[in-house]
Design a protein around this ligand. Structure first.
Ligand SMILES: [Zn+2]
Length: 306
């Protein structure tokens, strides 16, 4: 039987940035039935495709895996070559304002429903363009499964707005994993990369993202979503992975011994180079913050969750 006749089991991993999503894709990708390329958006638009390297070490345009994916994608009727971007993002429109009006988060489900019907009614070609984007996601997911010979597709793009658009597909059997890392670790990571941000701002950034994830999850059936703590994955890796596999209806794994030998073709951030990646809890926040900074985080998170 070919995958084509079935719905594609599509697992979407959503989280704030710096929550361990790349490591999680590596770990989940060790399962013999799970295929992933990390974030299903391909190289970002500002990157030069000719010099971009796949996580396997090959140039993206010479990677045997991506060459085969391209063949299959073309066979499914999608015109694509490795000197093009994947165009799987649902952010449509040229300017930032146009993107915001048409497809970006409005931080409210009701407003987004209203916006979608208005834009569909009045923006020429919008419905068709969104359908085309969804189709590209369907074809790429299917091609990646066919080339890897696996049955479940994992997309670790994170952005919760994609939940809204992907779950509309009648080709997908849709699951969501909500990955959460200790807020103190995330706030430290944000501030290390963006020193201009205060503890308050960084915590609010996290809170806002988590609220966004939750409102999108409110529209996903409870049995189709799983909450996973990064710390559990880091400290009790196999047990936590097997919980995820149960949720997806997949057989358990007995050990993790092959995790560095698996072939990966991961897109996304620079963490995708596997040798930079290790399974650890990362508790550097313990010595990073002052007592009063920790109190600020605690206060904001507790008031934000009410
Ligand atoms: Zn590759």
């Amino acid at each position: 039987m070919t995958i084509q006749n079935h719905k594609i089991p599509y697992v979407f991993l959503t989280s704030h940035a710096y929550s361990g999503s790349t490591l999680s894709s590596f770990l989940l990708g060790t399962h013999p039935e799970i295929a992933t390329v990390g974030e299903l958006k391909g190289p970002a638009y500002h990157l030069d495709l000719a010099s971009y390297r796949c996580s396997c070490g090959n140039l993206f345009q010479e990677c045997p895996f991506w060459l085969r994916v391209t063949d299959v994608v073309n066979r499914h009727g999608l015109n694509y070559a490795l000197n093009q971007y994947l165009e799987t993002s649902f952010e449509l429109g040229g300017s930032n304002l146009a993107r915001r009006l048409r497809t970006k988060s409005l931080r409210n489900n009701g407003l987004e429903h209203l916006r979608d019907s208005l834009v569909t009614a009045f923006w020429p070609g919008h419905r068709q363009a969104m359908k085309e984007r969804l189709r590209r996601n369907e074809v790429f997911a299917q091609a990646i499964l066919e080339v890897s010979g696996k049955s479940v597709f994992l997309d670790a793009t994170k952005d919760p707005m994609r939940i809204r658009y992907l779950r509309a597909s009648d080709r997908f059997d849709f699951f969501v994993i909500h990955l959460v890392r200790d807020v103190r670790g995330v706030v430290r990571s944000i501030m290390t990369r963006r020193p201009e941000m205060t503890v308050k701002q960084a915590t609010r950034h996290w809170l806002q993202c988590e609220q966004n994830i939750k409102r999108h999850l409110a529209e996903v059936p409870a049995e189709r979503q799983l909450f996973v703590r990064y710390e559990d994955l880091a400290s009790d890796t196999l047990v936590t992975l097997n919980k995820i596999f149960s949720f997806l209806g997949l057989p358990h794994m007995q050990d993790l011994s092959n995790y560095r030998q698996v072939e990966y073709h991961i897109m996304g951030n620079k963490m995708r180079k596997l040798n930079n990646t290790e399974i650890r809890k990362d508790e550097r926040w313990r010595t990073y913050f002052s007592e009063s900074q920790l109190r600020t985080i605690h206060k904001l998170v507790n008031s934000g969750s009410n």
